[in-house]
Design a protein around this ligand. Structure first.
Ligand code: T4K
Length: 371
């Protein structure tokens, strides 16, 4: 067990829950030079096309359409599938999962989560289905694959669409293929805080050629030709500077994953008797994007958080509050499991540049407090 931290051993800069990965600067500059030479900055430029192609191959998916962020990816997905009325979703997620529905005039209906996997519990879905339900919107929380077969069966029985908010699930495999291949559409976030990023960015993934074509039209104002507009669209395009960042980060993704895996494994090895871990889907792989720990009580969490903050370390309460608490939602719902987990869960710092000595301080503070 590492020794207790001394004031001298404290890191000079704050340690946040994550730190955006910056790839090789010269390589990025090289891409920027090509943008300056061509004068082509956005609107489905060559770097966006190149990144789409490379991501489709890397992830093993049929259609991947880049957009300007992960929230717009969700909004476009709702439009592409003509969602109406109510959408059954999870209360345990980043607020964008719910706010994007509300923004699009859809009503989120919350199916409570499984307290171990932290994903939507499929057993809670069917009782919530009404004549107004058009879709199910689960999240692969922290990259942990949902029970996709059970969800698909329910959707088929009731003729519902399925959209997976896969913001955390970049590179995750399920039963030997990309988890992004499940559902009618999966969406990704490529925000700066993500494992793979394009500064801001996101993507929609689908196996359906027609849906892909519709998405491409929707993200470019509904324009289908120089003088042709086919229905309402929006501007959700990724630009060339974002794509350049993505191309650079993608070159280094294996190294990023390896460094994250070391941090992830050290937390697993040292904290297992102290806190509860997320139960991982046995058929899934890990991408090491987050390290959530669940404390016995909220009081315990707050005290550990306080001790870490005193040492200039800032884990985050992802995800708090449980989204069924949002006061702008009309339908009042209470999801007790999600509320309980949200009150006790803390995401510890995990990023490639986190040094072992810094991580030792985090582990020591937690273990000393809990023992
Ligand atoms: N669905 C799900 C399930 C999601 O988790 C998200 C986003 C979305 C949908 C929507 O996708 P986007 O529209 O965002 O593409 C962060 C991210 O902004 C957000 O993308 C992410 N989920 C969420 C889980 O985390 P905040 O409010 O916690 O970010 P912030 O600014 O506090 O940053 C956290 C830490 O990251 C900082 O303490 C330091 C580090 N950081 C941050 C930025 C912005 C950097 O090192 N560099 C940076 O540039 O939401």
């Amino acid at each position: 067990m590492p020794s207790a931290p001394t004031p001298q051993s404290l890191p000079p800069a704050p340690i946040q829950v994550t730190k955006a990965y910056l790839p090789d600067k010269e390589k990025y500059k090289g891409y920027i030079d090509t943008i300056y030479e061509s004068g082509w900055l956005t609107n489905n430029g060559p770097l966006v096309k190149q990144l789409e192609q490379r991501l489709q191959e890397y992830l093993g998916v049929k259609h991947l359409i880049l957009v300007s962020n992960g929230t717009l990816a969700l909004q476009v997905a709702y439009k592409a599938l003509d969602l109406q009325g109510e959408v059954i979703t999870t209360p345990f997620s980043f607020v964008a999962t719910t706010s994007s529905l509300a923004w699009e005039g859809l009503t989120p209906i919350f199916a409570d989560i499984d307290p171990n996997t932290l994903n939507m519990n499929p057993a809670n879905i069917e009782p919530l289905i009404t004549s107004r339900t058009s879709a199910i919107l689960p999240v692969h929380v922290f990259g942990n694959p949902c029970e996709v077969e059970a969800i698909q069966q329910i959707a088929q029985r009731h003729n519902l669409k399925v959209i997976y908010d896969a913001a955390h699930a970049f590179g995750v495999q399920y039963k030997g293929e990309s988890i992004l291949n499940y559902g009618d559409i999966s969406t990704l976030s490529f925000h700066a805080t993500k494992l793979f990023h394009t500064i801001e960015g996101g993507a929609l993934i689908t196996n359906d050629d027609k849906v892909a074509a519709r998405v491409r039209k929707l993200i470019n104002f509904g324009i289908i030709g120089p003088d042709q507009i086919d229905g309402v669209g929006i501007n959700a395009k990724m630009n060339e500077f974002q794509a350049a960042m993505g191309l650079c980060v993608l070159d280094e993704i294996q190294e990023i994953m390896t460094l994250r895996k070391h941090v992830w494994q050290r937390y697993r090895d040292t904290l297992q008797s102290e806190v509860q871990f997320q139960e991982l889907n046995a058929n899934g792989t890990q991408n090491y994007s987050y390290f959530p720990v669940v404390f016995k009580t909220e009081q315990q969490l707050l005290e550990v958080q306080g001790k870490l903050n005193q040492a200039n370390i800032y884990p985050r309460r992802y995800f708090y509050p449980s989204l069924d608490n949002l006061d702008y939602l009309e339908a009042k719902q209470t999801c007790n499991v999600s509320r309980d987990i949200a009150s006790r869960i803390l995401c510890l710092p995990i990023f490639p540049a986190l040094e072992q000595q810094q991580q030792n301080i985090i582990i020591t503070i937690i273990c000393e407090y809990l023992s």
